[in-house]
Structures are given as structure tokens and as C-alpha cells.
Design a protein around this ligand. Structure first.
Ligand SMILES: Nc1nc2c(c(=O)[nH]1)N=C([C@H](O)[C@H](O)COP(=O)(O)OP(=O)(O)OP(=O)(O)O)CN2
Length: 137
């Protein structure tokens, strides 16, 4: 059977301070620049979620993208939206809240929830100018 991918976007906004707590303020500032501002800053994030599977002959769907939206909102968005990524989000605890660490955390949370489809790619936009991608490797 052919495998088809399907993608759903979800959006959330969140604040963070990008810094390594084991470092001095000077080293954080030299490494992370304005992103290490002690009072934080915020972003409007867009997460592109791509799943893969066989097309169900009865529905014509790989997976209902409305159902994928509901899963993503329940598992991710409600925990991230209007939150401080350094303080409020249990699945980000102990990590520097970079886009890379956030996409890895989103993968760990979401991958087990989309069966029998398979999560094959997450693309996370932090600003309109940059994004990271992860495919589970
Ligand atoms: N590899 C990464 N690099 C950077 C990350 C990251 O998560 N991974 N994050 C940041 C900061 O969070 C920063 O807030 C990004 O904002 P900004 O520099 O304003 O980003 P833009 O690309 O939109 O703006 P430009 O003016 O075009 O730089 C930095 N680096």
C-alpha cells in the first residue's frame, strides 16, 4: 500500500529566557545575546506536524487532520500557549528553551499519541525567519 504524509499546523505563543543557569551572566550574554535578557521575551510559534500512513479506503484519510489538531492542542498547545517555557511547562523542565529543545520535547510528547499513523516530521517556526526540523532520528 502506498504511504502518504499529511500535515497540520498549530500555533501558540510563549515566553522564554535562553540562558544556561550554570554560566555567568557575562557568558550567557556573550553566547545568547538579547535572547538571554533576564526578564525574557516572547514568540509566536508555528508547529507543522507531519504524519504518515496508508490511506484508509473507507475514509480516504491517512488520519483525520481535525483529530490530529485535537491531539496536538490537548497534548501540546494547552501546555505551551501563553506560558513561560522556563517555568510553566513540565515537559521542558531542565532544558534550555531553544527551538531545538522545544521541537525535541514536542516529539517526545506527540509521537506516541498519533498511532496507527506515524509521526515523521515536526517543523517548528520560532520567528518568521527561522525554524528547526526533527524527524525522530
Ligand atoms: N539555533 C538557534 N538559534 C537561535 C535560537 C534558537 O532557538 N536556536 N533562538 C534565538 C532567540 O530566541 C531569538 O529570540 C530569536 O529572535 P531574533 O533574533 O529576533 O530572530 P529573527 O530571526 O526573527 O530576527 P533577525 O533580526 O532576522 O535576526 C536566537 N538564535
Amino acid at each position: 500500500m502506498p504511504l502518504v504524509t499529511a500535515t497540520r499546523l498549530v500555533k501558540f505563543n510563549a515566553g522564554h529566557r535562553v540562558y544556561n543557569p550554570a554560566w555567568s551572566d557575562e557568558r550567557n550574554s556573550a553566547t545568547f545575546g538579547k535572547c538571554s535578557n533576564p526578564n525574557g521575551h516572547g514568540h509566536n510559534y508555528t508547529l507543522e506536524i507531519t504524519i504518515e500512513g496508508e490511506v484508509d479506503p473507507e475514509t480516504g484519510y491517512v488520519m483525520d487532520l481535525g483529530e490530529l489538531k485535537r491531539i496536538a492542542e490537548r497534548e501540546l498547545v494547552q501546555h505551551l500557549d501563553h506560558k513561560n517555557l522556563n517555568l510553566d511547562v513540565p515537559f521542558m523542565a531542565g532544558t534550555i528553551p531553544t527551538t531545538e529543545n522545544l521541537v525535541l520535547a514536542c516529539w517526545r510528547v506527540l509521537a506516541p499519541k498519533v498511532a496507527p499513523s506515524r509521526l515523521v516530521r515536526l517543523k517548528l517556526w520560532e520567528t518568521e525567519n527561522h525554524y528547526v526540523e526533527y524527524d525522530g532520528r
